[in-house]
Design a protein around this ligand. Structure first.
Ligand SMILES: NC(=O)CC[C@H](N)C(=O)O
Length: 374
């Protein structure tokens, strides 16, 4: 990067403005500003469909050091609405890199900003909460009042129904590695590609279905188990997925959900959801398993959570259930388990792309539920 520096601004809905340099594409973009504390895995973060309509701030000061490669995408495109970094790599280096992060952001039209004091910004979000924001550069840059007006006119994340914008248009199958032992119907609300891969390597043939699939579509797969994926937006908008989940629970088909899937299983069991102040987004978030007391370090990306107390048992329309996992940092619900039907879910990401592999055995637990039923 040489020569002229193009000014850019990150504008928050509360009127705070951070000035910096245009990074990636130039123009303007709107979304909810959230911070991600992962020190690695920016390519997986950018291509995670759960970040739809969010402007992601990376707290790691240097971003882009390993460029962009052809292997680490978690979906077919970058989904973040905007990107905020402090110090972008000027000379990326990796044997796998085929281009720079800056080039890829430009190619995909993602408006970003660099040279922002991301520590101050993150503290601001931590205190005042994730909020609506905009990134403006080039022709998009305007006077403060005009930019703030654009931000405050944009839709909030609470009430946002976004799964339909990221789901697959058509069903597809990810074949099992080797002999197929089980068939799973995976409801795609914004699935990451490593998730079917983790199942496939355990002998599961994964039938990925669009978010709008009906109960009949789901049952037509004749699956041994049902999987509910992660996804963007407010879980309160997911009435359809919640009803589908109820029909799976009624039939006692083994069910496993992650992240958005955890919120949907929770709703099907009668739990409420709420918007967290700033959420959990990172790769080292601790979770306690109520049954064993063991801590797992997990990858997470959520801004909503289920209501409930650590370890709490409750009655649901499908029998007894329990808050199976929680986060010791703030007691947020991190998992639910049905005690009378074969269903469980977690708020974090066992597929760990990127992230630690502590939660990987949850896929084996899903296999055990399917084995027990066969
Ligand atoms: N990664 C996810 O599935 C996120 C779920 C939901 N959109 C939330 O922000 O809480």
């Amino acid at each position: 990067m040489t020569g002229t520096r193009t000014p850019a601004a990150l504008v928050l809905e509360d009127g705070r403005i951070f000035r910096g340099t245009a990074y990636g594409a130039q123009g303007s973009t709107l979304g909810e500003v959230v911070f991600c504390t992962g020190m690695t895995g920016y390519q997986e973060t950018l291509t995670d469909p759960s970040y739809r309509r969010q402007i992601v701030v990376q707290t790691a000061p240097q971003i882009g050091n390993t460029g962009w490669n052809d292997e680490d995408d978690e979906s077919k495109r970058i989904w973040v609405a905007g990107y905020v970094v402090r110090d972008p790599a000027r000379s990326p280096s990796s044997w796998r890199a085929t281009r720079s992060l800056d080039d890829e952001l430009q190619a995909q039209g993602i408006v970003g900003i660099s040279d922002v004091d991301t520590r101050t910004l993150t503290r601001h979000i931590r205190e005042h909460g994730a909020m609506r924001a905009g990134v403006f550069s080039g022709d998009g840059l305007a006077g403060p009042d005009e930019m703030i007006e654009a931000v405050t006119a944009s839709p909030a994340m609470a009430g946002a129904d976004l799964a339909g914008e990221v789901t697959t248009a058509k069903p597809y199958v990810v074949p099992a590695a080797g002999q197929a032992r089980f068939r799973v119907a995976a409801l795609d609300l914004g699935i990451k590609s490593n998730t079917p891969r983790r199942m496939a390597e355990r002998g599961i043939e994964v039938h990925v279905l669009p978010a709008s699939s009906t109960v009949d579509d789901l049952l037509a797969v004749e699956a041994d188990g049902v999987f509910l994926s992660n996804g963007p937006g407010d879980p309160q908008t997911q009435d359809h997925a919640t009803e589908l989940t109820k029909s799976v629970l009624e039939r006692e088909i083994p069910l496993f959900g992650i992240c958005f899937g955890n919120q949907i299983l929770g709703r099907a069991l009668g739990l409420g959801t709420y918007k967290m102040r700033y959420g959990h987004r990172g790769l080292n978030i601790p979770v306690i398993d109520a049954a064993t007391g063991r801590v797992a370090i997990t990858a997470q990306n959520h801004g909503f959570a289920l209501e409930g107390e650590p370890g709490q048992r409750f009655e649901s329309p499908f029998g007894a259930a329990q808050i199976s996992h929680h986060c010791p940092n703030d007691d947020t619900v991190e998992g639910v388990r049905c005690l009378d039907v074969p269903a469980f879910s977690v708020q974090y990401h066992p597929e760990a792309a990127a992230g630690p592999h502590d939660a990987d055995p949850l896929f084996d637990e899903f296999v055990s539920l399917m084995e027990a039923r066969n």
